[in-house]
Design a protein around this ligand. Structure first.
Ligand code: AMP
Length: 283
């Protein structure tokens, strides 16, 4: 155990348990994969406002990567992360090695059904099994009253809500707004891999979503027309390799012919080997 400012840094399950033994409730949890940025900071701030104890986990979860190379390449800088968590007044950081999360012999997968299949689930088979499995472990180990997630990963929040409800886990799942750069690019740990040209080109994701949002606000209800509006903006950026563009039901994530209720516009785009996602609710 180490202390950074007044933040307790723990690595094993046993250390986490003892750090939490007399922690005042409610406990708010912010699960992260590190390389913390202002999006993560906003989650920590919200957790601090609403809870007596704030716990941040930093764990690059191998089970949610579908390409081994992506796992190896994921940016890591624990010292910097601990300084940020300390500055945000986080009480406990759990930064475990892989075997503390998945002890030898670990052989269980939490698999969410229909919500986990389209979009990111289709593009990255097995991804949400890895997410649901690690989050179920985190919820249980921390005994969190609330857990904070970014709307940036909208499908992830929905999958985790479903998982918590189905498994009767008492942790309340709180979704927080996407934090963006001044030019609209959603903050992401993966942005660090973008070249200067790709970084500039990457604003096309948000511009494309805004096109859908504006068309929807102006009364457009055809899913095909809204998707076409997004494609049209993306096509102006030759560096962008579009993986998917979606206008889906906001509750089920099935693609819509007609938008007649809450919907979600979302997309995944590659710039070289860096894959970015973003979304915008259409309410
Ligand atoms: P990650 O470390 O990328 O796994 O993200 C940890 C949490 O931070 C997840 O709940 C993400 O949805 C959330 N998050 C990541 N980027 C942002 C952002 N730009 N705005 C708000 N939340 C974010």
């Amino acid at each position: 155990m180490t202390e950074v400012a007044r933040t307790l840094v723990v690595r094993t399950r046993a250390e986490l348990r003892s750090a939490l033994a007399d922690a005042p409730r409610p406990i708010g949890l912010v699960p992260t994969m590190g390389w913390l940025h202002d999006g993560h900071r906003a989650l920590m701030q919200r957790a601090r406002t609403e809870n007596e104890t704030t716990v941040v986990s930093i764990f690059v979860n191998p089970r949610q990567f579908t390409v081994a190379d992506d796992y190896t390449r994921y940016p890591r800088n624990e010292a910097r992360d601990l300084a940020i968590a300390g500055a945000e007044g986080v009480d406990i950081v759990w930064s475990p090695p892989v075997e503390e999360v998945y002890p030898p012999g670990f052989d269980t997968t939490v698999s969410v059904g229909a919500l986990a299949r389209p979009l990111e689930g289709a593009a990255r088979p097995g991804h949400f099994d890895g997410v649901a499995t690690v989050v179920a472990i985190l919820f249980d180990l921390v005994g969190a009253d609330r857990a904070y997630f970014g709307q940036k990963d909208a499908q992830q929040v929905m999958v985790i809500r479903q998982m918590a409800r189905d498994l009767a886990i008492g942790t309340e799942v709180v979704a927080c707004p996407t934090i963006r750069e001044a030019d609209g690019l959603a903050l992401s740990s993966r942005n660090v891999h973008l070249s200067a040209e790709d970084r500039e080109a990457a604003t096309v994701l948000h511009r494309s979503l805004i096109a859908a949002r504006d068309a929807h606000a102006a009364g457009e209800r055809s899913g095909a027309v809204l998707r076409a509006a997004m494609h049209e903006v993306l096509a102006t950026e030759p560096r962008a390799e579009v993986e998917y563009v979606s206008v889906a039901d906001g509750r089920t994530l099935t693609e819509l012919d007609e938008v007649d209720g809450p919907a979600l516009a979302s997309l995944a785009v590659r710039f070289g080997s860096t894959r970015l996602i973003d979304n915008e609710p259409l309410d």
